[in-house]
Design a protein around this ligand. Sequence first.
Ligand code: ADP
Ligand code: MG
Length: 479
Amino acid sequence: MKNKCVEIWDKCLSIIEDNIPPQSYNTWFAPINPINFDNDVLTIQVPSQFFYEWLEEHYITLLRKTIRMVIGSGASLEYSVIVDNNSTDKSKSYAVKYPATDKKATQNNQVSMPLDLNKGKTRDIPNPFIIPGLKKLKVESQLVDTYSFDNFIEGECNRLARSAGWAISENPGKTAFNPLLVYSSVGLGKTHLAHAIGLQVKKNFPEKIVLYVKTDQFINQYIDSVRNNNQNDFVHFYQMIDVLIIDDIQFIAGKEKTQDVFFHIFNHLHQNNKQLVLTSDKPPVELKGMEPRLLSRFKWGLAADLQMPDLETRISILRKKLYKDGIEMPYEVVEYLAYSITTNIREMEGALISILAQSTLNKKSITLDLARQMIDKFVKSTTREISIDYIQKVVCDYFSVPLDVLNSKTRKREIVQARQLAMYFSKMHTKNSLATIGLHCGNKDHATVLHACRTVNNLIETDKQFRVYVDDIDKKLKL
Ligand code: ADP
Ligand code: MG
């Protein structure tokens, strides 16, 4: 049944591809070979044990839903793990039966929310919003366990948003932070924090109804309810929620009808001291296409932003992730990743996953060299921007000067020279202003930085040994 299994797996892939970022798809799904389909059992071949474990840990829900959708409810999935690259008959097999007893599905009074997976396809849930005669509503919160406060590293970059979120989870609906609007550009932790708040509320108040929805899901549900003529059910459903978390609210911009219905839901919840948590990729003032009456309500509570974490926090985030997944990696590699990727946390995690995948697929150990190659190949063009931090690190390593000495007030000649070089390279390789560079290099003003750049330029022309330093460091920066 070779062709059949390829056909089935292709269908699965097209669903999976729609539901995860391209980088994860390429890393974890593209290398899989479908090898058999028989009696509703699909067998897929994966390149290593680690690969199998990673899939089971991170993508089990997606895989389960996908194969159920493609094959039907009796579907099961089997893995064939390649143990030795040269001989496939040394492979191990794992049978994973889906559906494993799905507790949620067998609970009575379960209200199923339409999933993103079903987008654009017919749903087999005729009316997701209401179940007649319900005593106590049970809602699938759609919260992801790993997006917890425990796993959310605290730093200057997220202090306000995080503590407001924590306060809310101790006292939902009763703090001044209602609504809480968390905003930032992509990949800086809005979704993670939103889930963390929901999870923490559930921990503190198990009886409270918490719901996490993405804005596009909310919009699609609303459109469906109009089509099925059950808008009232839709509104009632949402008005019963105790903690409503809506992710990426900017997508509601320009959608007048949805804004209108959201306005009513918002008012009802707010008046009844129910908590609202919203996330957005822009601060409220910059949200275009939003009705003024809604915007003004967003400002009733607290708008808090998330920034790119500083180097130390980035390292902690990576280490936490490795620790959680039980993976060991040399510290210098972790440090290198944190130094090189300064765009956002998601990209940093993406690079980490690529390095892990590369090392397991090719059975190479994880070294600084491997990390460099990967970063160059996968993320250089978009993210490898040399930062002031990185320049300082390279200069300090080159002259064997500790970072705190470089940035201290000392006027020792060698230190001054190293500091001036750090300033010079920061001017050359980053887009930072003279003032910012000064601030990072020992709290100096912009005139000092300008002076440093001139001095370095002069020395390059007049001092041969100095020119060697400059060339060496420049090469190291571009490695
Ligand atoms: P956004 O919703 O802002 O685009 P996400 O919440 O999806 O960003 O975060 C991107 C990735 O970065 C996620 O894997 C998330 O777990 C991780 N992340 C973000 N902030 C932190 C943090 N403070 N500590 C640990 N991981 C974080
Ligand atoms: Mg998000």
